[in-house]
Design a protein around this ligand. Sequence first.
Ligand code: C2E
Ligand code: MG
Ligand code: MG
Ligand code: MG
Length: 281
Amino acid sequence: EAIQKPHSTFVFYTDRLGEQLEYRLKLQRDLDKAIEDHNLQLNFQPQFDIQARRIIGMETLIRWNNHGNWVSPADFIPLAEQTGQIIDLGRWILMEACLFCSQLFDKGYRDLVVAINISPRQFQHPDFITSVKQAINLAEIPASSIELEITEGVILGNEQDTIHALQTLKDFGVMLSIDDFGTGYSSLSYLKQFPLDKLKIDQAFIRQLEQNEQDQAIVRTIIDLGQNLNLTLIAEGVEKSEQLTLLQQMGCHEIQGYYFSRPLPADHLLQFLQQNNIQSA
Ligand code: C2E
Ligand code: MG
Ligand code: MG
Ligand code: MG
C-alpha cells in the first residue's frame, strides 16, 4: 500500500496535466477562431489628471467572450504569447485602437491619448515598428495620440536592441510608458537610457495603500523617482477616495481605476466623455 500511494499520486498528476493541456489546446483553437471571426472586443478605461481634474486618455483592454464565457486577458494573453498568436492578435488590437482614436478625433476629442498594451514577444517581432507606423498612418492620427505600454519583461533580453527600437518609436512620435512599474526584476538603470514618458505604478501597491505604510513608502519613493526623472506618474487600480487623496498628497499626476471608471466598451466610453463634459473642439 505504501508503494502504491506515490504511484496513484503520479497518475493523478498526469491526468490533471493532460486535462490542462487539453484545455490549453482548446483555448488556443478557440482563440484562433476568435481572431479570425473578430470575436474580440476592445474596452477602454479612462485615465484622469488629478490636478487638472480632467480625462486625459484611456487604456485599451481586450475582452474575449468565448461561447458565453468571459476569458480574462490575464489568462489568454500569456497563452497567446507562448503560441505566437499574439502577433496577429496584437496587430489587430493596434489597428482597432488606432481606428477608435481616429473616431475620437472625428468627434472633436483631439487631446485624448489612447494607450495600448504591448507584449514582449509582440515588441520583439521584426515587423513590430512597421506595424505601429502602418496602423497610425492608416488611421490618419498623430503618433502622439498613441501611447505604447511595455512591461519590464520587454527589456530583459537585448538592451541595446530595446533602446534602439524605443528610440525609433519615440522619433516617430508615440508616447511610451512602463506598465506594472515596481514588480519587474530588471535594474533601474534602463530608466535613464530609455526615452520614456510615463510610469504606471502597479496596482499591487495601491490595493491597500490607505492602510499599509510600506505600500505608502514604496509609492512615495516611485513618485519621487519618476518626478526626478521628469516622467509622468499614473497610479493603476485606484478604487477608493482615500487612495486618491493619498496619491494627490504624494504628488502623483494621474489615476486610473474603478474609483473613476471601469473599462468601458467604445460606445459607453463616448457616453462617459459626454456626461463628464469633456471639451470637444
Ligand atoms: P494591465 O495592462 O496592467 O491592465 C490593468 C488591469 O487592471 C486591467 O485588467 C484592468 O481591467 C484592471 N483594473 C483597472 N482598474 C482597476 C481597479 O480599480 N481595480 C482592479 N482590481 N482592477 C482594475 P484586465 O483588463 O483583466 O487585463 C489584465 C492584463 O492583461 C493587463 O494588465 C495586460 O497586461 C493584459 N492585457 C489586457 N489587454 C491587453 C491587450 O490588448 N494587449 C496585451 N498585450 N495585453 C493586454
Ligand atoms: Mg496596461
Ligand atoms: Mg498595469
Ligand atoms: Mg498587468
